[in-house]
Design a protein around this ligand. Structure first.
Ligand code: LLP
Length: 436
């Protein structure tokens, strides 16, 4: 069964006897840490990080998009591997900072940065701020005047909105007429003029992020070209080495039949786009930055649930209700995301009987998978594995229905390591001033 899913599962997934990840049996993880449980295969993530480095070469700036998933242990892994981090809020900044990442390795994003967030970014000394709109320039100058270092100008990238027409879910398309991010070229040219003239700022480069879960490599090729076309006529305004940040967005496989490009093909597409636009000749010194999130970590993670109820309903057939759902993974509800599902307790039984797998929350939209094949004998107490949940799952979790967030465990070489503990009732109630 799992053979057909190999490209979807964590690298160290093994089902020789029971299922194990990182050399640790799933049953052991469930017994020790409980369910629901997010499991991340550290070797898988590490090898993805190295794959990107190999594909892009030593000079490129590899920036992990922290919004996909972030915790102290991951920041340390990224740091060891020489990656930068894209932070999009004061909270993410604080996390990366407390985990020991040098602030110069942080790229600060956001389309609605508050004064406090800009102040914190400047105070910590982040390496780059990606400016989304014209008003932000004055705000940044102001905070930089208050907290910046006179000997070190703040490096600014401009976020462009050029329609690259990516084919992906509308909710994660971030360029084109309906996207509210960045500046179209005319406004961005004005921003380039203002930043290059501003006190304490350096115009370091440009950025574009077309969207997420993009399969068509031509989009990334066009992104490279579009950045060069924008910068070339304004080249004098930019720093000596101009940074071309092509954002993230590379797709990953979720289902057995899905195919997704390799990091190498992704890098080649970008380099081709730059070549097509004659980047070296027109820009002189430049450096590529890339911001993958999902493609680094999605397939390295799985979520483990336990079946709490099995019933037969006239309209829906066999239904399995598990101990998580909408609160730990809102993606099916938000994007109609589809997943493969495996019975982690009966890995070797034939997965041939259709079930509807639902969550525990009080709404009919809490369906993890409307119809999946599982062993006929699947029942209460069985472990259910949902693959490809390393990205945008824990990160988007909530406490709906008073269910605390589930813990996150890293597994590596036969050893599990709790990296984020689960939320207790005390955590849940800590902010309620009448109770605490
Ligand atoms: N850079 C910027 C500026 C971004 O906004 C994003 C993602 C990335 C990089 C990383 O993109 P990735 O390589 O992960 O595709 N919650 C949605 C995905 C939202 C993506 C947000 N921005 C989901 O669950 O599908």
């Amino acid at each position: 069964m799992t053979h057909a899913l190999k490209h979807v599962l964590p690298a160290t997934w093994c089902d020789a006897q029971g299922i194990s990840i990182g050399g640790v049996p799933l049953s052991q993880l469930a017994d020790r840490f409980g369910t629901p449980l997010y499991i991340i295969d550290e070797r898988h993530v590490e090898s993805r990080l190295r794959g990107f480095r190999e594909a892009f070469g030593p000079e490129a700036g590899l920036v992990y998009a922290g919004k996909a998933f972030l915790c102290g242990a991951l920041v340390q892994l990224l740091d060891r591997e020489g990656w930068l981090i894209d932070a999009v809020s004061a909270g993410e900044l604080e996390l990366a900072h407390r985990a020991g990442l040098d602030a110069s390795r942080i790229v600060m994003h956001g389309n609605a940065k508050t004064d406090e967030e800009l102040a914190q970014a400047v105070r910590l000394g982040v390496g780059r701020v990606v400016v989304d709109h014209l008003q932000e320039i004055d705000l940044l100058v102001e905070q930089n005047r208050r907290f910046g270092r006179a000997d070190r100008p703040m490096r600014v990238l401009l976020r462009l909105n050029i329609d690259l027409a990516p084919e992906t879910h509308a909710k994660v398309t971030t360029v084109g007429p309906t996207a509210h991010f960045g500046m179209e070229p005319e406004t961005a040219s004005e921003a380039a003029r203002r930043v290059s003239a501003a006190e304490g700022l350096t115009l370091g480069g440009v950025h574009i992020h077309a969207g997420s879960q993009i399969r068509d490599l031509r989009v990334f090729r066009r992104a490279g070209e579009a950045l060069v076309e924008f910068v070339a006529p304004l080249r004098d305004r930019f720093a000596e080495t101009v940074e071309l940040d092509v954002g993230g967005g590379l797709a990953v496989p979720y289902l057995a039949e899905d195919q997704a490009p390799e990091a190498r093909e992704y890098a080649e597409a970008i380099v081709e786009g730059l070549g097509e636009a004659r980047a070296s000749e027109r820009l002189g010194a430049y450096r590529i930055l890339v911001e993958p999130g999902r493609s680094v970590i999605a397939n390295g993670g799985v979520t483990l649930y336990r079946v709490q109820a099995r019933k037969t309903l006239p309209g829906l057939g066999q239904v399995l209700a598990v101990d998580g759902g909408l609160s730990d993974n809102p993606r099916p509800s938000l994007y109609d995301a589809r997943y493969e599902i495996l019975n982690g307790s009966r890995a070797h039984a034939k997965h041939d009987t259709p079930f509807r797998v639902v969550g525990r929350h009080c709404e009919s939209g809490d369906v993890i998978a409307p119809s999946v094949l599982l062993p006929a004998e699947t029942d209460r107490g069985d472990l259910i594995v949902l693959p490809v949940t390393g990205a945008y799952v824990y990160a988007m979790s909530s406490r709906y229905n008073g269910v605390g967030r589930a813990p996150v465990v890293f597994v590596r070489d036969g050893a599990p390591r709790l990296v984020v503990r689960g939320e207790t009732h005390d955590d849940l109630l800590a902010c309620d001033v009448e109770l605490s």
